[in-house]
Design a protein around this ligand. Structure first.
Ligand code: AMP
Ligand code: GLY
Length: 426
């Protein structure tokens, strides 16, 4: 098989790395890909959002399966145009991608299908939104409705910081048109987890529960980021929570989308808040998580490709389900200043030395090849990922490897996966 992965981030690098190991796969292509993706032939001139160019490339290179990594092309309907051109595609239609592309669509869908979630209200007018938070009084969460690269969310302790967030999103339009509409949600308490369900629109195969670390600083403080690290499996999703998540959230969502005429093909990423064993949906995403995927791909024992291909072709029920015996941890090395402003073009040292450990893979999120090595090119630069027989072993390996990588201004968290360590954090 020939598999084309659309995208260029750390998540796509992890997918490319895993797909390349499949005995069924003869060749992996990536568009645009990145300088760090040594496992794939990259096509830097083909953007992940350019349906016409992807079709041309896929036909020219006789690609059997296209896997779309990021949310923007999915929201823009790239999966639809590829399917119309006769290609097998892993990734939802634009209609199904609204589960991520519009937070209000997702909330209204969950209301229709009795899927557990926080109370919410929607506003298009700044003054009305300000009046609402003042009247409610307590903690809340303010969200730009549209896509804002995981950053258009403010978790607020009270009406003052909620008002500031509303002014930033709706008044200053920090996230552009994504802030034309906002949701104000009940602030849920508990512990978060990411749960992944691959679906062909009918059947479901789930992956190991994972946990992301979204805040910039240790101890879950600082700004929300795209994700500073991840690990799997996450013990907060025990067997009972997993059962409830499947019965109350995953199956009703896949069934509801099918019944509403938008069958969900791809991976449904359920952002969960779990309290006293009760899971509720914080958000849906319609693609793999970054950096959870880096950890999940290392942690998965078997072949991912039959799942991706089975989902794309509507035959997921016939795909062998890979084992997931090990644990994995991904520590993100970010540019100083991320998620706000940061410099790029800074030389990175030590990637090879970090990868000398056979249980470590360094996935590239934002790097560029320059001379013999790499320089920084993005906010999140590398995902240093390690596997181990348990989270604690994988964590030690990931940090030992991360210690070998240096670039000026590097920022990372020191507490990735601490929650899963015996006797810690929970
Ligand atoms: P989202 O982009 O919707 O995942 O939101 C980013 C982060 O904000 C989540 O990972 C949570 O940490 C937090 N968050 C979002 N919605 C809520 C909520 N209703 N209650 C508590 N925390 C939330
Ligand atoms: N890990 C967070 C995200 O991918 O949105």
């Amino acid at each position: 098989m020939r598999v084309l992965v659309a995208g260029s981030g750390g998540r796509e690098h992890a997918l490319v790395w895993k797909i390349a190991q499949s005995p069924q796969v003869e060749r992996v292509l990536a568009a645009p890909g990145s300088d760090g993706m040594s496992e794939a032939t990259c096509y830097p001139d083909v953007s992940a959002g350019d349906g016409t160019a992807l079709i041309e490339l896929a036909k020219r290179e006789a690609v059997d399966l296209v896997v779309i990594g990021p949310e923007d092309p999915l929201a823009a309907g790239v999966a639809d145009v590829l399917r119309e051109a006769g290609l097998a595609v892993f990734g939802p239609s634009a209609a199904a991608a609204q589960l991520e592309g519009s937070k209000y669509f997702a909330r209204a869908f969950m209301s229709r299908h009795d899927i557990p979630q926080p109370a919410f209200a929607r506003f298009t007018d700044l003054d009305e939104a300000l009046a609402y938070v003042a009247e409610q009084g307590g903690p809340c969460v303010v969200k730009a409705d549209g896509l804002a690269a995981g950053k258009g969310v403010a978790v607020c302790d009270g009406p003052e910081d909620a008002a500031a967030a509303l002014r930033e999103i709706m008044g200053d339009r920090r996230f552009g048109a994504a802030g034309d509409e906002v949701l104000i949600e009940e602030r849920l308490l508990g512990e978060e987890a990411s749960y992944y369900a691959i679906s062909d629109g009918t059947h479901v195969v789930t992956l190991a529960p994972a946990q992301d670390h979204k805040r910039a600083q240790d101890g879950d403080v600082g700004e929300n980021t795209g994700g500073m690290g991840a690990y799997a499996p996450a013990p907060v999703v025990d067997a009972a929570v997993e059962k409830r998540t499947l019965e109350e959230i995953v199956h009703p969502t896949i069934r509801g989308m099918r019944e509403e005429g938008h069958p969900f093909v791809g991976v449904l990423y359920v952002g969960l808040m779990i309290r006293d064993g009760v899971p509720k949906v914080i958000e849906f995403n319609v693609r793999f998580g970054d950096p959870e995927t880096q950890a999940l791909m290392l942690q998965m024992d078997g072949d991912l490709v039959p799942l991706l291909d089975g989902a794309a072709r509507g035959t997921l029920d016939a795909a062998p389900v890979p084992g997931t015996s090990d644990a994995a941890v991904c520590v993100v090395l970010a540019s100083g200043g991320y998620p706000r402003n940061y410099e790029t073009g800074i030389r990175i040292e030590g990637i090879e030395s970090a990868e000398a450990d056979p249980d470590v893979v360094v996935f590239h999120s934002g790097t560029k090849r320059e001379g013999p090595g790499f320089v920084t090119k993005g906010g999140r630069v590398l995902g240093v990922t390690a596997r181990g027989s348990d989270v604690s072993t994988a964590r030690s390996r990931a940090y030992a490897a991360a210690d070998r990588i240096r670039f000026e201004g590097q920022h990372r968290r020191g507490d990735i996966a601490n929650r899963a360590l015996p006797g810690r954090g929970r």
